[in-house]
Design a protein around this ligand. Sequence first.
Ligand code: S3P
Length: 428
Amino acid sequence: MIKTVSPATSLQGTITPPPDKSISQRAAIFSLLHDGVSVIRNYSPAEDPQSALACVELLGAEVTQLDDVVSIKGAGREGIHPMTDELDCGNSGTAMRLLSGLLVGAGTPVKLLGDPSLSARTMTRIIEPLEKMGGYILARNGAYAPLFITREDPLAPMDFELPIPSAQLKSCILLAGLFGETPTRVIETIPSRDHTERLLQLDVKEEGTKKIISASRADKIPNQSYTIPADFSAAAFWLVAGSIVSESELKLEATGLNPTRNALLGILKEMGADITIENERFEGAEPVGDIIVRKSDLKAIDIKKELIPNCIDELPILAVAMAFAEGTSVISGAEELRHKETDRIMAIAKMLDAAGANYEEMNDGLVIRGNPDFSFKSGKFQSFHDHRIAMASAVLSLKGSEDSEIEDAECAAVSYPGFWEDLEILGS
Ligand code: S3P
């Protein structure tokens, strides 16, 4: 589907961004492990969380979905019995990596499949440690899905220092660890999103700059009955749109404000954005609030390696903000972006190129020479089948002087099925 996006003179209104993709998938997977019924409110209708839910059902959970309320009768750690020998994770890296850990822990043989984008993403980062824990994983070319997963040896709990700051890898190892007689300890030096340790109430110790998270069979799996917050990573598109489109004022309700996820707020504020937060509260274990953003003049910023995991999914839309900021902005230490739904450094570069922005692509990031008066006529943007690139391109298109086109725009539904409707509502 090609979407035509018209220039916007102002964005106004209040919306609730879609339910959080990371938390929805964890809620489903953790409910499968819980011995009892979890009632999850505001479960995401987006493609990735629906893929995770379908997998959970095929692994032995009883799932009922009525509008946005999902009720899951868990199978418990002892009740994981696949009803099929193949599970389809669709586009979801979170589902594939978390379920791989769970399956090694449970020791139940299953094949995990992904769509072409997911099947092109390396799984080496989970295969190596899971094999150390006793898992056996047969991957295409040793690194790619489909993954045939089983375990013949006894589970070997371990101490594992994360070689990369990845919440998917951390969660994968902890899920396998939950089946061990002794604790598996994951040691994190650069923080990554902490939804898993929060929602599973795992033991977390700080030792200097290190965080040590433990999981074993002794951990009781908590009931997962809560309301999923709105997705901060989806709100990010409106935070930038509201900052760069003239005379804008937007309110984003009930949005997740987890401090390991929301570095973009601080980054945009440092750039000069006019952002305020109201009504801060908790939904289950997660902080949420209403975010208000108004048009402002932005200035350039340098984003360093340590901050990258805390804004990894927001970098495509941050690049758009940088194109309209006064001065030269730099994103560095972000090589990980090349391993997302597509090579996002390349895709961001192509997006900026299609609008004629001034940038330079580096191995591990981008240099963007911004200009508050940057203007372009129109662009033909490729999404590379990547939801975040499609939505970032749409926000950039609002600043053209004529209509722009986004190719393969339907991929926004991977995380934000209502994105195009919300764009229309806020722009009209
Ligand atoms: C996610 C973690 C991040 C993020 C992805 C979702 C998660 O990936 O980019 O969209 O749900 O844990 P990595 O853990 O691989 O950095």
